[in-house]
Design a protein around this ligand. Structure first.
Ligand SMILES: [Fe+2]
Ligand SMILES: [Fe+2]
Length: 378
């Protein structure tokens, strides 16, 4: 039986967690400390924001191990990873990340989630893919559906790596979304219910939130990730909030997912994970696009800027989505797993500063060697 979501006193609050990338099994002291840091973030989020729903954007626990019962092993790992949340009765839902597809055991992973009481989303068997679903949210009186939430499987790597590193949301998934959206509309007397979409990999339209960097902007600019954009460097356009730490790692192929949202007209905001260093938010064609940084301390990450995104919707205006990013450090939390540099600098600043130092040393070296040659030869 699926739990019914509803607004409370006119408000519905969603706490969104990006890639956690926790270990399937804790093996080292370092693993233990990283998980402890992540737990501090989850605990603080639950306490400070008291969300009505918690969403995991995928790449939560991406490891696979040969064993007798992987569903059970994955369930136990999720229970350990999400312990501070599972102590509460806050409902949760999730997206599958590309790394959850890696070992080809998606069914066992979906089964593991379904065994944990807090998780309420059920895979829609009519949808292509391993985990796609939608959840309707009722008003505070529990009478009317006033918000819809989509959870879309953005798949794994592309079969043909020469055209795109990552796979994309397939045409048959887009068809399913349109059909399902029409069904929801028909069931609500022709009313389009405002919706928020959650998905692991971002849409290519995030590049519309960026412009090419000028020379003096090098230090905070990032290279593009896809195709010809790899040769360019980008910064956020004016009005885009938050942090751009890497070129959005979307698929290079667009099968029309974003265009389909515009055609259907229900989606007001879409939130993504996958990019571990990005937490920007901007608007493209009246749809909010928002990134979550990692909410864990494994994988590549901005350390103490591990992120919680809060999404708040008011019952009076369910088509207006309010959202804000909170960092581990700014929530007053102290890391036990990060070193001094990780605690104080962002990954992007370090990458670019190292490049500048490297280039300066190289130029200095060449000039120095030239001077020595001139001295001894001349
Ligand atoms: Fe990831
Ligand atoms: Fe990912």
């Amino acid at each position: 039986m699926q739990k019914q979501l509803k607004f409370k006193d006119g408000i519905f609050k969603i706490m969104v967690l990006g890639d956690i990338h926790e270990r399937l099994i804790i093996e080292t002291k370092e693993d233990e400390l990283k998980q402890k840091d992540a737990h501090k973030l989850f605990e603080m989020g639950v306490k400070a924001f008291q969300p009505d729903l918690i969403v995991l954007l995928g790449d939560t626990c991406s490891e696979y191990q040969e064993c007798e019962n992987y569903t059970l092993l994955h369930k136990e790992a999720l229970e350990r990873i999400l312990k501070p949340i599972l102590k509460t009765d806050i409902p949760m839902c999730y997206c599958l990340g590309n790394h959850e597809h890696d070992a080809g055991h998606e069914k066992e992973i979906v089964d593991a989630y379904s065994m944990i009481d807090n998780f309420i989303g059920i895979n829609d068997e009519t949808a292509p893919g391993d985990f796609n679903c939608n959840l309707l949210v009722k008003d505070s009186n529990g009478e009317e559906d006033i918000l819809n939430l989509w959870f879309i499987d953005s798949n794994n790597l592309a079969e043909d790596q020469s055209i795109s590193k990552y796979d994309w949301v397939h045409e048959d998934q887009i068809e399913w979304y349109e059909k399902k959206a029409q069904e929801i509309k028909d069931n609500h007397n022709g009313r389009t219910i405002p919706a928020i979409l959650f998905q692991h990999m971002p849409v290519i339209q995030e590049y519309d939130l960026m412009r090419e960097a000028k020379l003096h902007e090098y230090l905070w600019s990032v290279p593009g990730f896809i195709g010809p954009l790899e040769k360019k460097r980008f910064v956020k356009k004016d009005g885009v909030e938050g942090y751009l730490g890497e070129g959005p790692c979307s698929p290079a192929i667009d099968k029309g997912q974003f265009a389909s949202w515009k055609k259907v007209g229900d989606i007001k905001a879409a939130f993504f994970g996958h990019d571990h260093l990005n937490d920007f938010t901007g608007v493209v064609d009246d749809i909010i696009l928002g990134q979550n940084k990692t909410s864990g301390f494994h994988a590549y990450t901005d350390g103490c800027k591990a992120t919680i995104r809060m999404v708040t919707i008011n019952e009076e205006e369910p088509d207006k989505i309010n959202t804000k990013i909170y960092h581990f450090k700014d929530l007053g939390l102290k890391s036990e797993s990060l070193d001094f540099i990780q605690r104080n600098f962002s990954d992007r600043t370090l990458i670019n500063t190292n490049k500048i130092i490297g280039a300066t040393l190289a130029v200095g070296g060449i000039v120095g060697i030239g001077a020595l040659i001139k001295h001894f030869m001349g």
